[in-house]
Design a protein around this ligand. Structure first.
Ligand code: NAP
Length: 251
């Protein structure tokens, strides 16, 4: 039997990068998948087609996670399509590296609204669909929350906040059969990290030099751990922060 057979999973920000890889791996393990996106309809449709072409079940649903009304609609569409929810992956996120002098209220709020508020809104809505049977939440955090880089003060703060939410809620969900864990990726090759200028840069060479496993990550490296956390293989794990980073040290 596949690891996520009969489960319904919603992955935020799944039109590309890490989210798309998680959606595809979940579907390959038998989950029915909601592929959320903000603006990249084409990317989300491509992910859905890849899943359905290989016999899986998926739908694409637009929704900006930083908007309460759009998150409500996203979960309502999930309920209409599949009737329930078992797994939420809070993956949608943005990162902006800038010196402290350049941090503005806008860049602060943009990152906190998507990375932190967006996750909180999605968790609130997921609870209604989990119902009495419980559920499973995976927050895609970052090594940067644990080992912040220069010029990453705000982004790192969003991910440290997300990890605090993971730990707090693991206790708040006591007795409710809801597990919640964080995955902390190291540097992963995605559309986002490429356009941020990390991939192919001097910084990437330095990251790899500080990575015992000697390479940058690929989205599937993260997706495989997400499958583990979403499945019963991790049935006794909650409130944990799991680094998936090739062992990177000294960012
Ligand atoms: P990416 O390639 O830039 O993809 C980001 C995804 O998030 C896209 O599907 C995007 O959808 C979606 N998204 C952005 N804003 C959204 C919003 N307001 N509402 C809903 N969806 C939204 O990013 P990635 O590199 O795969 O990163 C994914 C997650 O991993 C992020 O939380 C990031 O912080 C974390 N992470 C990444 C790395 C890395 O090296 N790549 C390392 C550590 C942690 P649209 O395309 O429709 O906008």
């Amino acid at each position: 039997m596949k690891k996520l057979e009969n489960k319904v999973a919603l992955i935020t920000g799944a039109s590309k990068g890490i989210g798309a890889a998680i959606a595809k791996q979940f579907a390959a393990e038998g989950a029915k998948v909601v592929v959320n996106y903000a603006s990249s309809k084409e990317g989300a449709d491509r992910v859905v087609k890849e899943i359905t072409d290989t016999g899986g079940t998926a739908i694409a649903v637009q929704g900006d996670v930083s908007s309460e009304a759009e998150v409500t609609r996203l979960f309502e569409e999930t309920r209409r399509a599949f009737g329930t929810l078992d797994i939420l992956v809070n993956n949608a996120g943005i990162y902006q590296y800038e010196p402290i002098e350049e941090v503005s209220a806008k860049t602060f709020h943009d990152q906190f609204n998507i990375n932190v508020l967006g996750s909180i809104l999605a968790i609130q809505s997921s609870l209604k669909l989990f119902g009495d049977k419980g559920g499973n939440i995976i927050n895609i955090s970052s090594e940067a929350g644990k080992t912040p880089l220069p010029t990453g003060s705000v982004y790192s703060a969003t991910k440290a906040a997300l990890d605090a939410i993971t730990i707090s809620l693991s206790k708040e969900f006591s007795g409710k059969n809801i597990r919640i864990n964080s995955i902390l990726p190291g540097v992963v090759e995605t559309e986002g990290s490429r356009s941020a200028g990390f991939i192919g840069s001097e910084a990437e060479t330095k990251f790899v030099a500080n990575t015992p496993l000697g390479r940058t990550g690929q989205p599937d490296d993260i997706a495989k751990v997400a499958v583990f956390l979403a499945s019963d293989d991790s049935a006794w794990i909650t409130g944990e922060k799991i680094s998936v980073s090739g062992g990177i040290y000294g960012l």
